[in-house]
Ligand binder design. Structure first.
Ligand code: AQP
Length: 329
């Protein structure tokens, strides 16, 4: 089986964008690959993390991932900082990474603007993609399921792999991104413009209650902006609410909504209410499983610890090889 790697930051709650863009695939891919899934707490330090706040959010993220269907009998789910080899390899890879390539990263440009508002652009934000390359390369992963926003970082990982192999000999495979080929690759936020994201507060979080989801969808989600009155025919093809029906509603209901929207037989509120119901129906069983796991936090910690030990053994084999190739002791 080929190895597959992906990571998730333990910041806030999982949201519908993470779920549709990445986590749904994480679950499906467990059947076909040796999956290594990582809660990337070192990466989260590049954001505004309060001292001491990380452990509960790591546990919370692990709980959501298990509730979504990550199965420790099939996949390795661990915490990045339990395997310090990530940062060791990251340092070595930084010595083959051109600064010019890093400076082109659009995520750095966007995140540093947000960080500027908080008056602190840290170096970790800039070198983030090198640590991400180390995360993947440490397990010699060939496949990386992510959302579209990570495509550029994975191109850089491939470039870093080529540079390392050219300098020290063939050591790492070039990874390939696994990105959905539809609108789930970049789920838009409730504003219908930007990527769904916690920091923009345009998201539907797994921690939102059913009522909060209903409120957010029916009251704040932007639909077809040109449809001013109920009597105006709608344009589902430009409407983010209709796109979300594509993610959450059945074929028949979608066809019905589309026809009635185009002929102004239903208004946006009706369409959004149906969507909110379907989102809650999808999240319901996940929330229930998370609730059960929350009563057994030690079981979740055990999974992270056991997987961490297994993964560290793999990482140490790679680092022995890397140190030897590079000429370190
Ligand atoms: N809107 C999205 N559409 C599709 N995929 C998405 N991903 C994130 N947002 C979307 C994918 O989710 C995985 C985990 O990403 P992350 O841990 O880096 O989360 P994030 O991108 O930091 O999430 P936010 O909400 O955007 O965080 P903030 O606002 O705190 O910066 C990745 O595979 C990512 O592609």
């Amino acid at each position: 089986m080929d190895t597959l790697f992906s990571g998730m930051q333990p910041t806030g709650s999982m949201h519908v964008g993470n779920y549709l863009g990445a986590i749904e695939s994480w679950v499906d891919l467990q059947e076909r690959y040796r999956c290594v899934y990582c809660i990337v707490d070192y990466h989260a330090l590049t954001g505004q993390v309060e001292a001491g706040a990380m452990q509960p959010t790591i546990l919370e993220m692990a709980t959501w991932l298990l509730a979504c269907g990550i199965d420790p009998a099939k996949s390795l789910l661990f915490v990045q900082s339990d395997v310090p080899e990530h940062t060791e390899l990251g340092w070595i890879l930084s010595t083959v990474t051109p600064m010019g390539e890093l400076s082109r990263m659009t995520q750095f440009k966007e995140k540093s603007k947000q960080a500027e508002l908080a008056s602190f652009v840290n170096t970790g934000l800039y070198t983030y993609p090198i640590l991400q390359a180390a995360d993947i390369m440490l397990y010699k992963a060939k496949w990386v399921p992510v959302g579209e926003d990570q495509r550029q970082h994975l191109e850089l990982t491939r470039e870093i792999t080529r540079k390392f192999n050219a300098r020290y000999g063939d050591t790492f495979p070039e990874c390939q991104p696994l990105i959905k080929d539809d609108k789930r690759a970049r789920v838009l936020g409730l504003d219908g413009e930007a990527k769904m994201s916690k920091s923009l507060d345009n998201h539907l979080a797994f921690t939102h209650t059913a009522d909060e989801i209903k409120h957010r969808v029916t009251r704040t989600m932007v639909s077809d902006t040109q449809r001013a009155r109920l009597a105006d025919p709608g344009r589902p093809e430009v409407c983010n609410v209709f796109t979300f029906h594509g993610f959450f509603s059945g074929t028949e209901q979608r066809a019905d909504i589309e026809a009635k929207c185009r002929t102004a037989q239903i208004g946006c509120f009706h369409c959004k209410s149906a969507l909110a119901e379907n989102v809650n129906a999808r999240l319901g069983p996940i929330r229930e499983r998370a609730e059960v796991l929350r009563k057994r936090p030690d079981d979740v910690r055990d999974v992270l610890r056991d997987c961490g030990l297994q993964v560290r053994a793999l990482a140490q084999v790679t680092m022995d090889e890397v140190r030897s190739r590079v000429g370190l002791r």
